[in-house]
Write a protein that binds this ligand. Structure first.
Ligand code: PEP
Ligand code: MN
Length: 347
């Protein structure tokens, strides 16, 4: 349930609503929008009595039942787009498409610094790189762990690019928080609810990948876990889902991008690298993602993809990444020009 305050409602009136909700044993999350303040009620079911008592409080214009199972992630609760700050750049709303790029795994200082410089020169705003790697086989390279985080910090120092890296386990949240600017929750951990709680308790942005077989609703409910802990800096990431098709590694669900933009206020990023598994499909699917309304892209880049310790087949060379960026810039221009709300036909 959400409580919509009148335009110009006072702080005292907003506090009055929160107090009444707390007395009923529930919690609130307050969103101050450009036009109105909305108080979301979380922590359990709201009785009809509480609903009608809130409606009678001063400063309240309406009490609405949120029709979706996720609340804080829904557009009903937060009508304006959420904008997340990463370093000096912003992602979400009308901000230019933010590109995050770098190797799948951090391997050596030379590799990560070289890639960081190249992707920055081509226009990337964030460096990606895995230090804790989720691998299907336990015998595959599982990342340099703390040493990898330190190499990312070194690359950040050399280039000024903020860093995104995956956190695999609740026990590593603290150390990953220390070394990174954005914490990535990988597809395989999308429903690791304890991990979602932990990344929700810290305040650095969280990039939440869609699970391999997760519905959009399950994905938004996973985001709800992070939001419910008080961290509102959540970025969603479509990275392909499992279908019957085997030619591509996954099927990049492009339609999920406008769906999520309709259902939620959170920024959405596309990952055509994991979404396709093939480097030559990355530029066209990156362009298509931007055309579909993605607020950002996350792209794997390696100086020698054929020698990469993970995901070489889907990694772009720095040259091909620069080419992709040109295409993305061209499509972004058109996307910006044509962004106009559609109206449904009347029944
Ligand atoms: C990655 O970003 O390297 C990764 C492992 O991604 P995903 O969780 O989407 O498979
Ligand atoms: Mn990868």
């Amino acid at each position: 349930m959400i409580v919509v305050m009148k335009q110009g409602a006072t702080q005292e009136e907003i506090d009055g609503v929160s107090k009444r909700v707390k007395e009923a044993g529930l919690r609130t999350s307050v969103v101050t929008g450009a036009e109105r303040t909305i108080v979301g009620i979380i922590g359990g079911a709201v009785s009809p009595d509480l609903g009608s008592s809130l409606e009678r409080l001063p400063g309240v214009t309406q009490v609405l039942r949120v029709s979706r199972p996720y609340k804080l992630a829904s557009r009903e609760f937060h009508p304006d787009d959420t904008v997340v700050k990463i370093g000096d750049a912003y992602i979400g709303g009308e901000h230019p498409v933010m590109v995050m790029a770098g190797p799948c795994s951090v391997e050596t200082e030379k590799q990560v610094v070289e890639v960081a410089k190249a992707v920055k020169a081509a226009g990337a705003k964030v460096l990606r790189g895995g230090a804790f790697k989720p691998r299907t086989s336990p015998y595959s390279f599982r990342g340099l762990k703390l040493d990898g985080l330190k190499l990312l910090a070194k690359a950040r120092e050399e280039t000024g690019l903020p860093v995104i890296t995956e956190v695999l386990d609740t026990r590593d949240v603290e150390v990953v928080h220390k070394y990174s600017d954005v914490l990535q929750v990988g597809a395989r951990n999308m429903q690791n609810f304890n991990l979602l709680d932990e990344v929700g308790k810290q305040h650095k942005p969280v990039l939440l990948k869609r699970g391999l077989s997760a519905t959009i609703e399950e994905w938004l409910l996973a985001a709800e876990y992070v939001l419910a802990q008080g961290n509102h800096n959540v970025i969603l990431c479509e990275r392909g889902i499992r279908t019957f098709e085997t030619y591509t590694r996954n099927t990049l669900d492009l339609s999920a991008i406008p769906v999520v933009r309709k259902l939620s206020h959170l920024p959405v990023v596309s990952d055509p690298s994991h979404g396709t598994g093939k480097w030559y499909l990355v530029p066209p699917m990156a362009a298509a993602s931007v055309a579909a309304g993605a607020h950002g892209l996350i792209i794997e880049v390696h100086p020698n993809p054929d020698q990469a310790k993970s995901d070489g087949a889907q990694s772009l060379t720095p040259e091909n990444f620069a080419y992709m960026m040109e295409q993305v810039r061209a499509i972004s221009k058109v996307q910006g020009l044509s962004r106009k709300p559609l109206t449904a036909a009347k029944a």
